[in-house]
Design a protein around this ligand. Sequence first.
Ligand code: ADP
Ligand code: MG
Length: 715
Amino acid sequence: MPAMSRPISPGPASARAPLRFLRGVGPQRAGALARLGLATVEDLLYVLPFRYEDRRRFRRVCELVPGAGESALEVEVLRARTVPTRRRGLDVFEAIVADATGRLRVRWFNQAYLARVFLPGRRVVLFGRPVEDRYRGDLVLEHPDYEFLDEPDAEGIHTGRIVPVYRKLGELTSRRVRTLMYQALRLAEAEGLASYVPTATLQRQGLLDRLAALRELHFPGEGADLEALAAGTTPAHRTLAFEEAFLLQLAFIAYRRGLEARGRGTAYEVTDALRTKLARLLPFKLTEAQKRVLREIGADLRAPRPMTRLLQGDVGSGKTIVALLTLLVAVENGYQGALMAPTEILAEQHYRNIARLFEDKGADYRVALLTGGVRGAARERILRELARGQIQLLIGTHALFERGVEFRRLGLVVVDEQHRFGVLQREALVRKGAHPDLLVMTATPIPRSLALTLYGDLDVSVIDALPPGRQPVETRVYSEPERGLVYARVREALAAGRQAYVVVPLVEETEKSDLRAATTLARELQREVFPDVPVGLLHGRMPGEAKERVMRGFVQGRIPILVSTTVVEVGVDVPNATVMVVEHADRFGLSQLHQLRGRVGRGAARSFCALVMSEEASPQARERLELLARTHDGFEIAEKDLEVRGPGMIFGTQQHGLSDLRFLRELIRDPQLIEAARQEARALVAPPQGLERARAILQGLRPAWRRRLGLGRIG
Ligand code: ADP
Ligand code: MG
């Protein structure tokens, strides 16, 4: 019979080698890791420890006392056995170990396999916390980490040093990950792991090379600064953060150069006649802030280079009308415009409002709605008319940049609530036009450093005032037992002819249990609390038609109470709704709550927002929520979020490209680092061969990185 052997893998065992190259990783485990996005040794190296343990200091057995804390010991195994217990499903493996100063009992539960390795006479390093055995009155070490010193490749990686602790990777415990990581590093050291960032740049910025940084983060040297490691502020952290920022900036620059090479931007004409025509469309007087922002955009539109502008404006500040006027400039110049919204509900709302406005004012622009819900003949027709240039303004979701959607002459793209989209998605839409102008809008105040990280080079306009007559939304935090008070406020509003939202968190659109929570709550409210009025239910998984039906019912006031998941979070505009109840408010980020609160207070009537905490919420959670009761300043709120939970919380969901940037925290904390990365990236691209060099670097990135940077299609 032929000997069983592993298949011979092609290629050298480089850092690009598949993880199967590591001892202990067979096809099955490799498959499981691949599902976690880890295909190669290099991928694995970027899985960083989430904390470190100081296991440097060895103690002697005689020094152990209860409460001594975690200690490392170098001992010899005297004897070991599996102790029977009376409880079924529980066995105890116990070893007696000793050094020159004394003996110690060590035990593990349900780890009978240890009997094969804890053999008398073997020398082992243990790391754990001694506890007192209440029955026997002696000390015992429970479940210590261990490492045998007589193994041929005893590496000293689990004990006797600063030890990295990893989150579980699928089935793999931190200890197993550590062992794999050590192998991965050794392999990378043997084969070399070139830096993505040019050496000259690293030197100028006083950074380490990539391999050195990874080594220091996984297996810090003897003299490492434990505090800096824990805080993520070591030179190694800085190095990887810089790497990320540099590559991102390089990608942006290369992308933009590519666009510019493909054709000049469009210089639109903005004549007085056009101004007058557009002014007639306005349903209200623009605020000064809106006017100023329109002037800034107007200057971009008239210039021949493509516009790339970020429009920030707090919830309800009136970004939509600015977007519409901008789009119409392109349309009036003979181009098509596209408005992309993050959810179907929002796209439909934009479409409804814009179509109604055109109708009211007798404007005969051709506008169409394209979402995932538009199918069959209706979709065919839209695509046909779009390709012929008959549709002037297309509104929709990400369905706008699917295959098969061809514009005749796309001139301008507006992306609403930008933070919901990944970099890649935005670019895919831009690619539909040869050199379209781009306006991205967000209600989430983004610090400039983050904006640079996300969008590269762009200009920023801010609408810094709300339309007149708005009153701040009265905001209160409630605990579960106070729920009755909340319903009383809802009832009060209903009696005055107003409407209410009740929002239930949905962390992931796919989480069934959350969905059930929304469904159950809607049913309960209907049956037990508000039997006399219709209670509607809205969530992202409902078919488009049903969603629209419910939303329409709410918009028209037939449904006074709308129970919803966070699909209403962004942009939904129903001025008659004056109460917002948020369930499990402690599970939301503050900025997200601010967005939710922004759904009310849109008309002249006084509005109210109730933040109902989960039963298990901590006192700190209450304190955090109280900030919303005190302030309506989106910037202040976002900053608090950043401080408390990091950038992920600002954006609320994991669906955008953001969550993939691992060093984002670091990047935001250190705007100078981003600025340095930007300048270095620019300097690299500047010389005649610079762009080719940049592209070569980007092409050479590992696939996971390319995906992360949205580089799929950057040529
Ligand atoms: P957001 O910036 O959150 O997208 P919207 O564009 O939805 O805000 O505007 C919020 C509400 O304010 C809408 O009902 C809109 O019609 C109204 N609005 C916008 N600008 C003005 C203005 N200048 N005067 C009065 N109402 C306005
Ligand atoms: Mg909006």
